[in-house]
Design a protein around this ligand. Sequence first.
Ligand SMILES: Nc1ncnc2c1ncn2[C@@H]1O[C@H](COP(=O)(O)OP(=O)(O)OP(=O)(O)O)[C@@H](O)[C@H]1O
Ligand SMILES: [Mg+2]
Length: 354
Amino acid sequence: MAFDFVTRSKQVVGLDIGSSTVKMAELRPVRKGGYELVSLGIEDLSPECIVDGVIISKLPVSDAISRIFAQQNVKNKRVATSVSGHSVIVKKIALPTQTQEELSESIRWEAEQYIPFDIADVNLDYEVLGESAATGNLDVLLVAVKKEKITDHTSVISMAGKNPVIVDVDAFALQNAYEVNYKPSTRSTVALLDLGASIMTINIVTGHDFLFTRDVGVGGHQYTDFIQKEFNLSFAQAQALKHGEPADGIQPSEARHIIESVNEIICLEIQKTFDFFKTTTTVERIDRMLVSGGAAHTPGLVETLAQKFDIQTEKFDSFKNVTYDSKRFPPSLIANRSPDLAVAVGLALRSAEE
Ligand SMILES: Nc1ncnc2c1ncn2[C@@H]1O[C@H](COP(=O)(O)OP(=O)(O)OP(=O)(O)O)[C@@H](O)[C@H]1O
Ligand SMILES: [Mg+2]
């Protein structure tokens, strides 16, 4: 029992604070490599709360967090959250072979050339990925996040009376969710695409190996914005139309061309990312695309992506290897929201190594 207590006390609640919705997931390991859903919550935010990645109104966000925890009766206060967007830099860099001590001395200086902000304003983290005897180089994964971005997130969590013990990056949380659910045993290369409301995270992995990531400022909000402008609708009306419901006498079919035009913009950004990725790697092709985030539901998007890139493409299933009690969590809810919860599930998988 004591052991059980120890393991449980290390568990964290995954909390994905998106610009459109706050998503929470709590998991419990059940068998080797498998998990069970303990609690789950989603709360919508008004579009004015988080703008351009900045939490403008903290109170409604911390209230949403409080509501989620209260509704699900979540006792665990230890929260893992994540950040994304232009305040986050993730890069694989090659450095001359050196000792751990030398690296911890030189990393800030080395990092400076890759970071477009003042180094004093960022939190820096790194991980040695491996050493190449052939080149005499050390492959290092560099992660830099603007301090204000981190405090933005931790402060709303603290305001809700919770303890932010881990601040991760969306791309890595996504990869965690992928590894646990898809058990990548082969050397196949997969592009994980998380399409949120304002940010698209692209993470390219081979098996368990991280290769490349990029965040682009495009997402579900772009569809809503274009529809709003075209038909002179409110945000809520445009959102409804995008989700396939008539609004103000306008039929969803009339918005089809707008949705397609934004699909094109998204395809173009993915193409740019793939082109750049190709210049950095020896990997020949991407075998599969898995699309998560709320905007994965956009009518026709997955099909457009599959066609455009000629890559097997499907929606991400965050519960492929996660069991749940169907009396507590309606299977239809799980099925409908499964792609949206990828980052939250990935965060819930992190045990707290503070
Ligand atoms: N059924 C649907 N059809 C079309 N779009 C949808 C549907 N459901 C949700 N969306 C869109 O998905 C977006 C929200 O997705 P998500 O919750 O992943 O974003 P977020 O994490 O809050 O945002 P971000 O990560 O960009 O800050 C919104 O733009 C929403 O309109
Ligand atoms: Mg998101």
